[in-house]
Ligand binder design. Structure first.
Ligand code: SF4
Length: 336
């Protein structure tokens, strides 16, 4: 069994499948195109009936409570791609099979990356598929005279140095010591989070595209901050606020939502709380509010704002809007 570019412990998959009568498969969006292959593989290697959970699964947090209602003791849920989120109490029948990137020949890229690092003390971070490379990077940087640091993992992470869009602890625990960060991963969202949370330069080594992002993250940070200021400004005239609470177990922040309702109502705003599974423009249009506040995945307000016609604020932006905090204290929303 082969998923191009990734290694998964398929022997463990077969082993875990042996005592299951039914297996529900959860896949990240990038793995959906391999779904039929994975289903066939498990069916050929076990007696289990295999069911694909065909909705998008965006992270280890992404568990709608009703996914367990079908469950019995012979049912297992196989979650591919992600590492288990330690702070989330899921039943032992949920089994994670991490996917590690095979694009791990990063030494030539490391050589280029060092040309752009600021200072001598470098924080090293990575997303889950590249987490094994943080020690390679650390050893390499030491040979070049740097002092690399790998930050202690947060509650939602499995490994030291591991960054999630909602848990940047591995970067923030070392922010007072490091001069800049070297982040290993693809995409922009995670390094943007580090730059917003720490205000330090972030150089990205992307093993998939085989490229180094140098100034791009600093520029993106400035762009996103301007965009967030404009979103908060749009919310100034809003009278009605919808606070979004996500049903998914790892994104549900009900107490925070209730606190936001209280502080908005103190300022005479009309506030409703909305429980949602998937948050789409169609859902929000139907609810007809002037402004929304997302207590769900931080990505929704920051990454997806352009999809929505109403301003979507983060919890901290509500405090800025109401005058309890100022922009100098701006922090990236995290679920800690
Ligand atoms: S809350 Fe968002 S960023 Fe955090 S693990 Fe879930 S999908 Fe990823």
């Amino acid at each position: 069994m082969d998923i191009p570019g990734y290694s998964i412990d398929w022997d463990r998959v077969i082993h875990e499948a042996q005592d299951a009568k039914r297996i529900i498969i959860r896949l990240p969006p990038g793995f959906m195109r391999h779904a039929k292959q994975i289903i066939t593989f498990i069916q050929h290697n076990s007696e289990a009936t295999v069911v694909l959970s065909a909705e998008h699964c965006y992270g280890a947090c992404d568990y709608p409570p009703d996914i367990f209602s079908l469950g019995d003791t012979t049912e297992k849920i196989f979650h591919f791609g992600e590492a288990r989120m330690p702070s989330l109490s899921l039943p032992p029948s949920v089994i994670f099979f991490e996917a590690q990137s095979c694009h791990s020949d990063i030494e030539p890229l490391l050589d280029t990356a060092t040309q752009y690092l600021s200072g001598s003390i470098i924080g090293i971070t990575a997303t889950t598929p590249f987490i094994q490379t943080v020690h390679t990077c650390s050893s390499y940087l030491k040979t070049k005279g740097y002092h690399p640091l790998i930050g202690t993992k947060g509650k939602r992470a499995t490994y030291d140095g591991q960054i999630l869009g909602c848990d940047l602890t591995a970067a923030t625990t070392i922010q007072s010591t490091v001069h800049s960060y070297l982040h290993i991963g693809d995409g922009y969202f995670h390094p943007l989070g580090i730059a917003l949370a720490t205000n330090k330069p972030v150089i990205v080594l992307d093993p998939l595209l085989k490229e180094i992002k140098k100034q791009e993250i600093t520029q993106l940070r400035e762009h996103i901050l301007r965009q967030r200021m404009s979103t908060v400004a749009q919310a100034h005239d809003a009278d009605s606020f919808g606070i979004i609470i996500c049903k998914k177990i790892g994104q549900n922040r009900m107490p925070l939502a209730q606190n936001l309702k209280r502080i908005l109502e103190k300022k005479k705003k009309k506030v409703n709380l909305f429980l949602l599974d998937t948050i789409t423009p169609a859902h929000l249009d139907y609810l007809d509010m002037d402004c929304f506040v997302s207590t769900a995945c931080p990505r929704i307000a920051i990454d997806d704002q352009s999809l929505f016609k109403q301003p979507i604020l983060t919890p901290l932006e509500v405090e800025i809007l109401l005058g309890y905090k100022d922009w100098e204290t701006y922090k990236f929303d995290q679920i800690l």
